[in-house]
Design a protein around this ligand. Structure first.
Ligand code: ZN
Length: 201
């Protein structure tokens, strides 16, 4: 059942441990120096390593349903990871990567009755409330919510002491991004124009 994963690993090994490309042994010897911290959804179609075609060593990864960032709380997986990445590994760019057709956003909009899931996605309630002020058409509201969740997560990220401290010193930037899966586009939020714009070709 896991044959495809094992074949994939062998392909990876041939690629990065081969004579022509010994990137992995180099990263093991010299250590990693990732430039980005990417917060993405658990969705199997929006995996940053795949969609950004990155080699090993490029970014730290954190995954959560809907790429939702809850407000700061000490001792969470994300707060420790951000501290490690920013204070000990000099990460300068944090990407929040939302995506369209997101199951978590749909669950939020539909009010899915599942305590386990609800107790996490409720951190994005404010985003849903804001999206509702734009439209009451179901599809429009869903699309607005996808964007508002990314923005809400970006706001919540600023409550993490490691992020706040680095932001105050101008040492880190937060990039609110949205992967439009249907169109195959990458969008970024423009703070000035208060809109998401396509940044990929
Ligand atoms: Zn998702």
């Amino acid at each position: 059942m896991t044959d495809n994963l094992i074949r994939g690993f062998e392909e990876f090994k041939n690629h990065y441990y081969g004579e022509d490309n010994s990137l992995m042994p180099k990263l093991v010897d010299e250590g990693q120096d990732p430039k980005y911290f990417i917060i993405s959804c658990i969705d199997s179609r929006s995996n940053p390593g795949t969609i950004f075609s990155t080699k090993p060593g490029v970014f730290f990864a954190h995954k959560a349903m809907g790429a939702i960032v809850r407000p700061y709380k000490q001792g969470t997986a994300l707060s420790a990871a951000l501290k490690f990445a920013i204070d000990y590994n000099n990460v300068k760019t944090i990407v929040i990567l939302g995506h369209t057709q997101c199951g978590a956003v749909k669950a939020l909009c539909d009010g899915l009755q599942d305590e386990e899931i609800q107790s996490f996605i409720e951190f994005a309630q404010k985003a849903l409330a804001k999206a509702k002020t734009y439209s009451d058409n179901e599809q429009d509201m869903l699309e607005h919510t996808e964007k508002e969740v990314v923005l809400q997560s970006a706001e919540n990220l600023k409550t993490y002491p490691s992020v706040k401290n680095a932001l105050d010193k101008g040492e880190v930037v937060i990039k609110p991004w949205l992967f439009d899966m249907a169109a195959g586009d990458l969008l970024e939020y423009d703070e000035e124009k208060q809109k998401f714009f396509v940044i990929s070709d």
